[in-house]
Design a protein around this ligand. Structure first.
Ligand code: ADP
Length: 730
């Protein structure tokens, strides 16, 4: 047994393979074009999305970058404001005490409003001649171990006197001489020289005495003795009393400036016109590796209180989260998938359509061919039907309705408007002896046992017998119920007659020819043996018998030859206008021998004294001989055969031969004029005869423009009549 599962896969692969190959047929061209178009469109869309994203990111980057710069600048300005305020405090009073300084600064609430300032302080300028008194004054103020740091002899000293908040890291700055340190000195000098707020380069604040060291920055505003001129740098140096300044730890400052702002960009601040690593003030992200391959990078140089700062902004490439797609990727993947699906769909549809069209075309062609063939066969069938006088019928079983085509009605001797539409009305037409058999045959055909192929007899309304052959097929429903019986029938009466005639002829030949031949044979045999030489009487009888029999043979052969000639139109009629009555009388006289033989009498009965007809006298006498001999043969001894001459009309005369013999059954009357036809059961064999007489008679009468007719009743008698046209009166 074949296992279905082992059989299917190769088929499946084959089908998939075929489908795949079909993707490359011409039908798929449109699908390929659409796929290409879609892919191009998607690529374009993805490109657009990417550029748009990029443009947007660039804008965001620019905005944030500006925001950072602005915030830094604004905050630095605010820090300058604080210092300016502090400077104003000095300008406004002769001397600012530590307490006043403290009060002023604490009032500003720096940690709250300006986070990121490490210290706001005042560094007093001390000229070398005042150094001693300054140290003493400080110590007198309570800072007993006060010492200006670093120690040493310098041209100018500064001392961080007031520093707020005066606690923590800031304590380390107290008493420190910033002017001693070059970076700070540069910024301080610049502030004086340029009479402006200045910031320092990167420094390490003295406050960085613990923890992680941050780059530091200082902002200075010089304080002058307001009583002295400060127009020039020299005058300012001379009038210089000190500096108010802010100290910043850069990371704290930037933290204070940017606060919790969520920046998507990174930036470095260099306290130099170029991003030199040793000038790095601030780095927004501890890890500098992102700068290796940034998405955007922008370097800007800004001027911050006399110093050029370089700001390097970068935007790193975003690392995509693994679980989700970016929009453009999503579009790409979805778009490509949809395009592919669309392509397969269109390709499939196109192929299916082409296949469907191909199949439809083939089917149409087939149908056309079939229709053509059907038409031809119908034509042939119709021709066959027409020439064979065959009829077709359908019997719809559910409705018990029989539909006949119009050629059937004549077969049944009916007119076309006869209503014959049920099975029962059909059965009624059959010969009573055939009904049960046909009924049985139809029933068997419906059960599907046998073909319906039968012959039956029917009796026409005029009483004549006809033979019909019929063949039919039964169409069944799916559940084997008979639905329709469709068939044909045709008249086989002629064939039946021919068959019958043939049989009769054979038996006639075997009997009628052989019987006289046997007698002749026997007689001649006896004569030849010489046994009867001494008995002339016996010899004469034998010769007489042989003579009679050979005469009978001769007659038979004459009949056959006559028939043959008549059939081929070889007989020439010597037509002449003759008085009828004398001719009929002559016929009676010539056939008297029959009357004697069968012991009957012929009697002429005529009301017409004078009647002329046009005919061949010899042939007419032959006709009369036939009718008279038949009348004698089929009458009973002692009967009378009346020959009557009747005037039918002015044109027609009838010669009727009326016997009181055995008569002819109605069913046989139609065939009586056929060749070799002899009525069954008649004792014709005894009477001799060929069955050709009446056939010959009929043809002769008709060829002499007359009509031969018959009226007969079985057991009562027969009347054969010859109707002839009267010759015009002379
Ligand atoms: P046949 O040579 O047999 O007489 P016919 O053609 O003359 O041939 O007649 C054919 C048949 O018709 C006869 O065999 C007989 O059965 C029937 N027939 C003819 N004439 C008569 C008649 N007058 N009465 C009864 N039957 C007749």
């Amino acid at each position: 047994m074949v296992n279905a599962t082992t059989k299917n896969p190769p088929n499946l692969y084959l089908r998939i393979g075929l489908r795949f190959i079909r993707l490359f047929t011409s039908a798929s061209l449109v699908a390929w074009l659409i796929l290409l178009l879609f892919l191009l469109m998607i690529l374009w869309m993805v490109g657009e999305l990417r550029t748009r994203d990029m443009r947007y990111a660039q804008q965001q980057f620019d905005i944030q970058l500006q925001e950072v710069i602005q915030t830094i600048e604004q905050r630095m300005k605010a820090h300058e404001q604080i210092l300016t305020g502090a400077a104003a405090l000095f300008d406004a009073s002769d001397a600012v005490s530590r307490y006043e300084w403290q009060t002023y600064i604490s009032r500003l609430e720096l940690p709250r409003y300006f986070p990121g300032i490490q210290a706001v302080a005042f560094a007093r300028v001390i000229r070398p001649e005042d150094l001693q008194s300054h140290v003493q004054a400080m110590r007198a103020e309570g800072f007993s171990d006060y010492q200006l740091r670093p120690e040493g002899i310098r041209k100018l000293y500064t001392s961080i006197d007031y520093i707020e908040p005066f606690s923590g890291r800031n304590l380390a700055a107290f008493g420190y001489d910033m002017f001693s340190e070059p970076v700070r000195r540069a910024a301080m000098s610049m502030a004086v020289n340029e009479d402006a707020t200045r910031i320092s380069d990167r420094v390490t604040l003295v406050q960085e005495n613990r923890g992680r060291v941050q780059p530091g920055l200082l902002m200075y505003i010089p304080i002058y003795d307001r009583t002295r001129p400060v127009a020039t740098a020299e005058e300012r140096w001379a009038a210089l009393q000190g500096f108010v300044y802010s100290a910043y730890r850069m990371e704290d400052l930037m933290q204070g400036i940017l606060g919790q702002r969520n920046l998507n960009i990174h930036f470095d601040i260099y306290s130099a016109p170029a991003p030199e690593e040793n000038a790095l003030l601030y780095r927004s992200h501890a890890d500098a590796s992102y700068t290796a391959d940034p998405l955007f990078k922008q370097t800007l140089v800004i001027n911050v209180y006399g110093r050029e700062w370089t700001l390097v902004f970068t935007k790193e490439r975003e690392i995509l989260p693994s679980v989700w797609f970016r929009l453009d990727q999503l579009v790409l993947i979805l778009g490509a998938s949809i395009s592919l699906l669309l392509f397969l769909l269109i390709s499939f549809l196109a192929n299916e359509r082409q296949r469907a069209r191909f199949l439809a075309n083939r089917m149409t062609e087939d149908i056309q061919q079939n229709v053509q063939a059907l038409r031809l066969s119908e034509e042939r069938f119709r021709l066959a039907l027409d020439s064979s006088s065959m009829g077709t019928w359908n019997w719809y079983l559910a409705e018990n309705a029989i539909h006949w085509d119009e050629s059937i009605y004549p077969l049944f001797g009916l007119s076309a408007n006869h209503s014959l539409n049920t099975y029962e009305s059909f059965l009624a037409l059959l010969h009573p002896d055939d009904r049960a058999r046909v009924f049985q045959e139809i029933a068997s055909a419906m059960e599907g046992h046998v073909q319906y192929d039968t012959e039956y007899r029917i009796i026409w309304p005029d009483g004549s017998l006809h033979y019909i052959a019929s063949r039919a097929k039964v169409l069944h429903s799916e559940n084997h119920k008979p639905l329709l019986m469709t068939g044909t029938c045709w008249d086989i009466t002629e064939r039946k007659q021919i068959e019958r005639m043939k049989n009769e002829f054979v038996s006639m030949v075997s009997h009628e020819l052989r019987t006289p031949l046997t007698s002749i044979n026997g007689a001649i045999g006896l004569l030849a043996s010489g046994a009867l030489d001494d008995s002339p009487e016996k010899t004469r009888q034998l010769i007489d018998m042989a003579y009679k029999n050979s005469q009978r043979l001769g007659l038979l052969i004459d009949d056959l030859l006559d028939m043959e000639k008549l059939s081929n139109g070889k007989i020439v009629y010597d037509m002449a206008q003759l008085p009828l009555v004398p001719l009929v009388k002559r016929a009676l006289a010539e056939n008297q021998i029959y009357a004697d033989q069968y012991q009957i009498t012929y009697r002429l009965q005529t009301e017409l004294a004078v009647a002329s007809v046009t005919l061949d006298a010899t042939r007419f006498l032959q006709v009369m001989a036939n009718l008279l001999s038949n009348a004698a043969k089929f009458s009973n001894a002692g009967n009378e055969v009346v020959v009557e001459i009747i005037s039918l009309s002015e044109q027609w005369v009838r010669i009727a031969v009326i016997d009181q013999g055995i008569g002819i059954p109605a069913a046989e009357q139609a065939f009586i004029f056929e060749k070799f036809y002899q009525v069954d059961g008649s004792d014709k064999r005894k009477k001799g005869g060929t069955g050709l007489g009446l056939a010959i008679t009929k043809i002769m009468v008709e060829q002499m423009n007359g009509k031969l007719g018959l009226e007969s009743q079985e057991g009562v008698g027969s009347t054969f009549y010859v109707d002839l046209p009267l010759a015009p009166e002379q």
